[in-house]
Design a protein around this ligand. Structure first.
Ligand SMILES: [Zn+2]
Length: 817
C-alpha cells in the first residue's frame, strides 16, 4: 500500500447525498493488458444542486479526468479524492485510470493458482474499496444502475451483478443493473469452472477455480438444493420475489470474509469448497452462510442502510434469517445448535471487550471505523436480539413490518427508525422499551445462580446499567433426568431455590446474557453432563462454562475434568470442533502442567476417535483434536506415513495438520515442509506451509514469519494470517519473547504496510498471545494511550490486551507461581 486515503466521514456523506443524485455508471475494464494493473474507464452521469464536492478514486495512475468536457488538473487528486465543481443540473464525469490488482482480498484481488499457474481475479468493493476498481461516489445511499463492459483474456469467463455475454473473443457486455450501492458492485473473472442450473425462473450458477473443480462438482447438488429451498422460503416469508435476475455463487481465492452478498453474484471464501473430508459442523457453517447471503438480497441489497451506523440492519437480520431458514428448510435442522457452539461466545466475548458498542447506532463516524463493527455484536448478539423480538411480535407482525419496509424503500435506503415505524404500522407495541434494553445499550448482563442466598443474581455490565428483565429456561439436571422451566429475572435478585445438583441457565438462548455456571454445578456436571441427551442443553452447559472461565470463575483443571468426563459420550461433532480448541487454550495452556494437560486431552480424544463409528465425522473431529495435542513424534510419523486408524484418510488437511503438529514440537524442519509443499502445491498447501513454517520453535522460523508482518516479504492475506497464528505457540516462550516488544514497536507504522481488512487481521494474528506477562500489558496500554496508533490498530490492541489480561488473571487465581 503506502498511500493513505481519507476515509469518508458520516457528515461528508450527508452533505454529498444532499447535493447529488447519481443517474448511472458506465464502467469499462481492461483485464487483458497486463498482470499488474488494469484499465478502468468510468463515465458517471449525475444531477447536482450545483457546488463543490468530490469523487472517490484510488488509482495506480490517471490518463484523463474530465468534468463536463473539461480536463481537470491531475494533481488535484489527493488522498483518494478528486475535487469537483459541479454545475446545477446534469453533470458528466469521465475518468480514464489505471488500477493495481491487489493481493489483500479487496479491490480487484488477483490470485495465481500455485496448482496450475492459472490466474483469477474477483472484485471486493466492500467497504471502501470500490474506488480502487472504478471512480465513484462511494457511499451506500448514492445508488445507481451500472453497465459494465469488460475485456479479458480469451479463455476467461466474466460474471457480474447483471446478466452478461461474451460478444466476441474476450469482450463481455453486461445488462444494466437495478440501482446498486457502490459497496456491492463486483466482478468475477478468470478461467473458472462453472455449473449452471435454474429454479423458479431464476438462473443459478456456481463457480470455483479449475484445480478444485472436482470438489465443487461433488458438492454442487447439496449447494443447489439448499439454494432452491432457501429461495422458496424467502419468497414465502418476504412476500416479494428476488429482483436481481441471475443468482450466481462464486467461490473465490483468498477471500477475507466468509462471503459477500453482492446482488446477483455472491462471493464466498473458497476453502468452503471442501477438498478434504470435513465435519458435519463445517457443512452446517457453509449452509448458514449460503442462507445468510441470500437473506442479504433483501436485507441490504433491496433496502440498504443509509449509513454504516445501521449495519446491524444488514448483519443481524442476515444472521438471524440464515440460522432460522437453514434450520427450517435444509437438511441441517440443528443449525441453532451449531450456532450455539460456533457463534454465541464470539458475540459474548465481543460484548464484554473494551470496544463493545450497542447493536444499533454503533456511532461509526467513518467507513474505516465501521469496518471494525462487523463483529460478534453485529452478528451473533444482533441475531439473538432479533430472535427475542420475533418471539415477542410473532411471525405475522414481524414479517408484515419487514414487507412494508421493503416496499417503502425498494432499491433505496432506510434507517432503523424506518423499520421500527413499519413494525408499529403492522401492530407492534412498546418497541421503545425493547430498543432501549437490547439495541441501544452495550454489554451483556451477567446472570448466575447463588444457591446459598436462594437467588438468581443479575449484574449489569459496568458503565451500562440498563434495567433489563430476562425470561429464559432454567434446566435442572439430576441423576433421574433433566427438565427445563421458564423463569423471569427482574432487578438484581430473583428468588430461586433448587436442590438439583446441576443447573444450566438459558440453554435454549432465549435471552442475551453471560449466564455462568455456579460452582456446585461445575462439579456436578462432571458426572451428569454425559447423561444429557439434548444437544442444546449440552451446548448451553459448555457456553456457561466458557462464560464463567472468561470471567475468571472456573479453574483450568475443571475444564480438563469436564472434557475428560463428557467427550467420551459426546456425539455432536460441533461440540468437539468448537470446544476442544478452546479447552486447549484455556484448560491446557493456563493450567499448572501444560504437558500433562495436553496428554489428558490427547488420551481422551484419541480414545473417542477409536470408539466413534469408523468413517464418521465425529471420529474425524476427535482425531483432529488428538493430533493437535499429540506429543509422540513416532506416533505422528506413523500416521503421516498412512498408518491411520480405520475410517480416516490421509487427505491434504490431515497431512498438514500432522506436519503443523510436528513443526510445533520441533520435530520437523524447513526442508521437510518445503518438500511437502512441492509435492502438492495447492493454494491450501501454501497457507498450511506458512502456518507450519512459523510454528517451528527456532529464531529463524519466527524471523521468517515476522518478515511477513512487517511487509519485508509481501504475501497474500491467507498466508499472512497463517504465519501470525503459527508464530505464537505455548511452550515456545524462550524463542518468541523478543518479538513481544518488537510487535508493539511495529504498530504505529503498520498501516503503511497493511490496509483495510488485512490491517485488523495482522494486528490480531501477530499479537503475542502466549506472552502472559503483566509488563507487556502495561507497555501495550501505554502505547494505546500515546495517541500514535491508527484507530483500527488501537481498537484491536485494546481488545487483545483485555483478553490477555483475563488469561493472566486465570493463571494468578488458580496457579499462583
Ligand atoms: Zn452478512
Amino acid at each position: 500500500m503506502g498511500t493513505s486515503y481519507r476515509s469518508l466521514q458520516h457528515v461528508e456523506a450527508r452533505t454529498r447525498f444532499d447535493l447529488l443524485q447519481v443517474i448511472s455508471y458506465d464502467v469499462t475494464l481492461d483485464l487483458a493488458s497486463d498482470e499488474a494493473t488494469f484499465g478502468s474507464l468510468t463515465r458517471i452521469l449525475f444531477d447536482s444542486q450545483g457546488g463543490e464536492t468530490f469523487l472517490d478514486l484510488k488509482p495506480a495512475g490517471v490518463n484523463s479526468l474530465r468534468l463536463n468536457g473539461t480536463e481537470l488538473d491531475h494533481d488535484t487528486l489527493q488522498a483518494g479524492r478528486v475535487p469537483l465543481s459541479t454545475v446545477a443540473g446534469r453533470n458528466e464525469v469521465v475518468v480514464d485510470a489505471v488500477m493495481a490488482f491487489r493481493n489483500d482480498g479487496e479491490g480487484l484481488h488477483q490470485h495465481v493458482d500455485p496448482a496450475d499457474g492459472r490466474r483469477y481475479v474477483y472484485g471486493m468493493s466492500f467497504m471502501d474499496a470500490a474506488p480502487s476498481i472504478f471512480a465513484c461516489f462511494d457511499q451506500p445511499d448514492l445508488k445507481a444502475p451500472y453497465t459494465f463492459h469488460v475485456t479479458a483474456p480469451a479463455d476467461w469467463t466474466v460474471i457480474g451483478n447483471a446478466p452478461g455475454a461474451q460478444v466476441e473473443a474476450g469482450v463481455w457486455e453486461f445488462e444494466p443493473t437495478p440501482p446498486l450501492s457502490t459497496y456491492f458492485v463486483t466482478l468475477v473473472a478468470g478461467p473458472y469452472h462453472l455449473i449452471h442450473d435454474e429454479h423458479d425462473g431464476i438462473p443459478l450458477g456456481l463457480s470455483a477455480r479449475q484445480s478444485i473443480a472436482r470438489d465443487l462438482d461433488a458438492d454442487a447438488d447439496e449447494l443447489l438444493t439448499m439454494t432452491k429451498a432457501c429461495f422458496d422460503e424467502y419468497h414465502r416469508l418476504f412476500g416479494t420475489r428476488y429482483p436481481f435476475g441471475n443468482y450466481h455463487q462464486a467461490f473465490v481465492p483468498e477471500f477475507n470474509a466468509g462471503a459477500m452478498e453482492n446482488p446477483g453474484c455472491v462471493t464466498f471464501r473458497d476453502p468452503l469448497v471442501f477438498s478434504s473430508r470435513v465435519t458435519r459442523g463445517m457443512r452446517i457453517q457453509r449452509a448458514t452462510t449460503v442462507a445468510h447471503e441470500m437473506a442479504h438480497q433483501w436485507f441490504g441489497n433491496i433496502t440498504t442502510p443509509k449509513w454504516w451506523d445501521d449495519l446491524w440492519l444488514n448483519e443481524s437480520f442476515a444472521e438471524y434469517m440464515g440460522n432460522r431458514v437453514t434450520a427450517d428448510v435444509t437438511e441441517y435442522g440443528d443449525a441453532w445448535t451449531h450456532a450455539a457452539y460456533a457463534r454465541r461466545q464470539w458475540g459474548l466475548v465481543a460484548d464484554q471487550a473494551p470496544s463493545t458498542h450497542p447493536v444499533a447506532g454503533n456511532g461509526a463516524v467513518d467507513a474505516r471505523a465501521a469496518l471494525q463493527d462487523f463483529d460478534g455484536i453485529s452478528y451473533a448478539k444482533g441475531s439473538s436480539v432479533l430472535k427475542q423480538l420475533n418471539a415477542r411480535l410473532g411471525d405475522e407482525v414481524f414479517f408484515a413490518g419487514v414487507i412494508d419496509h421493503f416496499d417503502s424503500h425498494w432499491f433505496g435506503n432506510a434507517t432503523m427508525s424506518d423499520l421500527f415505524g413499519a413494525w408499529e404500522r403492522a401492530g407492534a407495541q412498546h418497541l421503545a422499551d425493547f430498543t432501549d434494553s437490547w439495541l441501544r445499550t452495550a454489554g451483556p448482563d451477567t446472570i448466575v445462580l447463588d444457591r446459598d442466598a436462594g437467588t438468581i443474581r443479575r449484574t449489569p455490565p459496568p458503565g451500562n446499567p440498563a434495567d433489563r428483565s430476562h425470561t429464559f429456561g432454567v434446566t435442572t439436571i439430576s441423576a433421574s433426568g433433566w427438565e427445563t422451566s421458564p423463569v423471569t429475572v427482574v432487578g438484581e435478585e430473583t428468588p430461586y431455590r433448587t436442590e438439583a445438583p446441576a443447573v444450566v441457565l438459558d440453554a435454549y438462548e432465549d435471552t442475551w446474557a453471560a449466564t455462568l455456571l455456579d460452582p456446585a454445578t461445575v462439579q456436578s456436571l462432571k458426572t451428569l453432563l454425559p447423561t444429557v441427551s439434548d444437544a442444546r442443553v449440552r451446548a448451553g452447559a459448555w457456553n456457561g462454562l466458557r462464560s464463567s472461565f472468561h470471567q475468571v470463575a472456573v479453574a483450568p483443571s475443571d475444564v480438563l475434568d469436564l472434557v475428560e468426563a463428557a467427550m467420551p459420550h459426546e456425539d455432536n461433532d460441533d461440540a468437539v470442533n468448537y470446544t476442544l480448541p478452546w479447552a486447549i487454550a484455556s484448560g491446557v495452556e493456563l493450567g499448572p502442567d501444560p504437558a500433562a494437560g495436553a496428554a489428558r486431552i490427547h488420551r481422551t480424544m484419541l480414545s473417542r476417535a477409536g470408539s466413534a463409528p469408523a468413517g464418521s465425522t465425529l471420529q474425524l473431529a476427535a482425531f483432529q483434536s488428538a493430533v493437535a495435542t499429540a506429543a509422540d513424534e513416532s506416533r505422528l510419523r506413523e500416521w503421516l506415513a498412512g498408518g491411520l486408524p480405520e475410517g480416516l484418510e490421509l487427505d491434504l488437511d490431515l497431512r498438514w495438520a500432522l506436519l503443523v503438529r510436528l513443526a510445533v514440537l520441533g520435530s520437523s524442519d524447513p526442508d521437510e515442509l518445503d518438500r511437502a509443499l512441492a509435492s502438492e502445491p495447492t493454494a491450501r498447501s501454501r497457507v498450511e506451509h506458512s502456518r507450519a513454517m512459523a510454528s517451528l520453535p527456532t529464531a529463524e522460523a519466527k524471523e521468517w514469519a515476522w518478515r511477513r508482518f512487517t511487509g519485508d516479504e509481501d504475501v497474500a492475506n491467507y498466508e499472512l494470517e497463517a504465519a501470525g497464528r503459527g508464530m505464537w505457540r505455548a511452550g515456545q516462550e524462550k524463542v518468541t519473547e523478543p518479538f513481544a516488544q518488537r510487535y508493539l514497536d511495529a504498530l504505529p507504522d503498520l498501516p503503511l504496510t497493511h490496509a483495510g481488512w488485512v490491517l485488523g487481521t495482522a494486528v490480531k494474528a501477530f499479537f503475542p498471545s502466549t506472552c502472559l506477562d503483566p509488563a507487556l500489558v502495561a507497555s501495550a496500554r501505554q502505547l494505546a494511550g500515546s495517541g500514535t496508533l491508527d484507530p483500527t490498530v488501537h481498537r484491536n490492541l485494546l481488545d487483545l490486551v483485555d483478553s490477555l489480561e483475563r488469561r493472566i488473571a486465570v493463571r494468578e487465581a488458580f496457579d499462583p507461581r
